[in-house]
Design a protein around this ligand. Structure first.
Ligand SMILES: Cc1ncc(C[n+]2csc(CCOP(=O)(O)OP(=O)(O)O)c2C)c(N)n1
Ligand SMILES: [Mg+2]
Length: 602
């Protein structure tokens, strides 16, 4: 393998002087158990509530394993950890300061929760002992129940009261976060605990004995029942939802679909699950279920649901009334459902529930099918293959529509292995081919705008060094809310290509105002007020340059796009963080517009 130049790698940066301090502190012992988790990075924004732990991470652990990633906002610290987990399927660590840092982090925690992304979040509070609080500041930054802020959208939290308890707590937080269904966990470290002097380092538990559980499979009998029902169906269909990034599991899903003759639908909100050029793909993926997908579901007589995000809503949109097909639901998600957020979606009618992970279930079904033998009759008689909408390009001197941007980007990236790590709301499934589990990473999970920059940086870090160029296409609203995350990518030398589909608007909501105006007989012309970001238009390339990134644009004419993208791809391939401001025409794909502006209950 080529020797990596450490001056241009995160690991080469921010090397501390050797520490000659003596003594053992509470936070040193906490740092020891953090080291045992074998997590390479900790994303953080600093604060005095964890100054003890900060010191131990730098001076006791030498700022490696984990290495600090300094973030300019707690929302981006957690989003970076989220983006990392989207690729690695493992938790990164993040640390936030007291109640205020946690308040900043909340939306990103919610996004990670909804995306079922693992995250070990550490925070701090106190001192719990009021007699030890510094005047004023320790009082405003101490809360009775710090984790209460986020308890409704994390899997578990704790505030340990001793070093031994902190060891157990951190090991448990890791184990729970990384066990499926995955999600965030939170451990609050009391200031007093971190800053106490210890006589001797307490014994460290053996982390290897507290590892997360492996994904869980179905019983052979359940797998066989599922396989048999789909094999006997005339028009079997698979909704491929949350699945892993494993290449082997990808091949197993293709094998299953082929053995069953099942038509497959995938979801644009989730990472790649099935090749878009496969003849069994039923329709291009959508954020919402489009007409052709709904028609296929309506026609199918047996549906295998692999941890789909909204099974009830999807079946409702397709069948309108009674669900005529047999439904086999493979999901562990119910373990996470609570009464606070409705991210669990509607309750789907299910004929066979398999409480297992999707990857091992698919493998078990393939094993069952090998015994059951091939189909007797071909499935889906008379089905026509997907018709891929062609994108019409405009005049060189004319404006740029989002589909044209997609075509131009594919051209500029030809011959490169890339990961499309984020896409804007104006995106549509027919715009991007997917042939590998890392070709496409889905969306934010919780619909919290502003996560795009952070999750992109985290995902870019996770693919760094793999030969895959990370590419993010972001809305301008999303970019502006979270743009400070790009400084972290520049600082730690994490290459990334960001293209902003800049429609100078929170355009999603212009669609809503348009709908309101039409429904109420009011002027549609007013829909832009309180939505558009003009006068002044923001110079996003300059903002990028201000953060140390390379900025291109604004590109306003279609004819200038190819040349600019070519330069941008070259710069990112050479290791830079690159932002291209592309001024696009407002407008969403017709299916998305219709779904977004639907009336309540429709
Ligand atoms: C934190 C947050 N605030 C507001 C919204 C409501 N919202 C949904 S989409 C959207 C517009 C986002 O703008 P941009 O990223 O520019 O995408 P565009 O719709 O213009 O393509 C807004 C404001 C949200 N989902 N999350
Ligand atoms: Mg916009």
């Amino acid at each position: 393998m080529k020797q990596r130049d450490l001056a241009n790698e995160p690991q080469g940066l921010e090397r501390p002087l050797p520490s000659e301090g003596t003594g053992t502190w509470g936070s040193d012992a906490i740092a020891d158990v953090i080291r045992a988790l074998d997590i390479p990075y900790v994303a953080l924004n600093p604060g005095s509530s964890y100054r003890g732990l900060h010191d131990s991470l730098v001076n006791k652990l030498g700022n490696e394993k984990p290495q600090m990633l300094l973030c300019l906002h707690e929302e981006s610290a957690v989003a970076i950890a989220h983006g990392w987990a989207k690729v690695t399927e493992k938790p990164m660590l993040a640390i936030v300061h007291a109640n205020v840092g946690l308040m900043h982090a909340t939306m990103a925690v919610y996004n990670a929760w909804c995306d079922r992304a693992p995250l070990v979040l550490l925070g701090a509070n106190g001192p719990a002992d009021a007699a030890k609080r510094r005047p004023w500041i320790d009082w405003i930054h101490t809360t009775r129940d710090n984790a209460g802020l986020i308890r409704n959208y994390i899997k578990w939290d704790d505030q340990p009261a001793s070093i031994g308890a902190a060891h157990e707590s951190i090991l448990r937080a890791h184990k729970i976060a990384a066990t499926t269904p995955r999600g965030p966990t939170y451990v609050v470290l009391d200031v007093g605990l971190q800053e106490q002097k210890l006589d001797a380092p307490p014994p460290l538990p053996d982390a290897k004995r507290f590892l997360p559980a492996a994904p869980v499979g179905p019983t052979p009998d359940l797998a066989e029942q599922a396989a048999r029902r789909l094999l006997e169906a005339e028009r079997p269909l698979i909704l491929m939802g949350r699945v892993s990034r494993s290449e082997a599991a990808w091949a197993e899903r293709v094998k299953l679909a082929e053995a069953l003759g099942a038509v497959v639908l995938t979801d644009l909100k989730l990472a790649a699950a099935f090749p878009t050029d496969h003849p069994l793909l039923g329709a291009p993926p959508g954020t919402f279920l489009g007409g052709p997908g709904a028609e296929l579901i309506r026609q199918s007589d047996a549906i295998l649901v692999l941890d789909w995000v909204d099974t009830a809503g999807t079946l409702k949109s397709a069948f309108k009334g009674d669900v005529g097909a047999t439904v086999i639901n493979v999901s562990l998600d119910q373990h996470l459902h609570n009464g606070w957020s409705m991210d669990y979606q509607g309750l789907p009618p299910v004929d066979l529930q398999i409480m297992a992970d999707t990857d091992p279930t698919v493998s078990a079904m393939n094993t069952a099918l090998a015994k059951l033998g091939a189909r007797k009759k071909a499935a889906w008689p008379g089905r026509k293959p997907v018709v891929w909408q062609q994108v019409a390009m405009g005049d060189a001197a004319g404006p740029i529509a989002v589909p044209m941007l997609a075509v131009a980007m594919q051209k500029a990236l030809e011959g490169k292995t890339i990961a499309l790590i984020r896409h804007p709301l104006s995106w549509a499934g027919h715009l991007w081919p997917v042939k590998h589990p890392l070709d496409f990473l889905g969306s934010d999970g919780g619909g919290g705008v502003g996560s795009g920059p952070g999750t992109s940086v985290g995902a870019a870090l996770a693919v760094h060094g793999s030969g895959r160029l990370p590419v993010a296409i972001l809305g301008d609203g999303d970019f502006m809310m979270g743009s400070s995350a790009f400084w972290t990518a520049v600082h730690y030398r994490v290459p990334l290509l960001v293209v902003v589909a800049n429609n100078r608007s929170f355009y999603n909501d212009e669609l809503h105002q348009e709908r309101m105006a039409r429904e109420r007989g009011r002027p549609v012309e007013n829909k832009w007020i309180g939505q558009q970001m003009k006068d002044p238009e923001m110079d996003l390339a300059m903002i990028a340059r201000g953060l140390g990134a390379t900025g291109f644009g604004p590109v306003t004419r279609l004819g200038d796009l190819a040349g600019t993208l070519e330069k941008a791809v070259k710069a990112a391939s050479e290791g830079q963080v690159v932002v291209v401001d592309v001024r696009v025409e407002p407008g969403y794909d017709a299916a998305s517009s219709a779904a977004i502006t639907r009336a309540p209950g429709a």
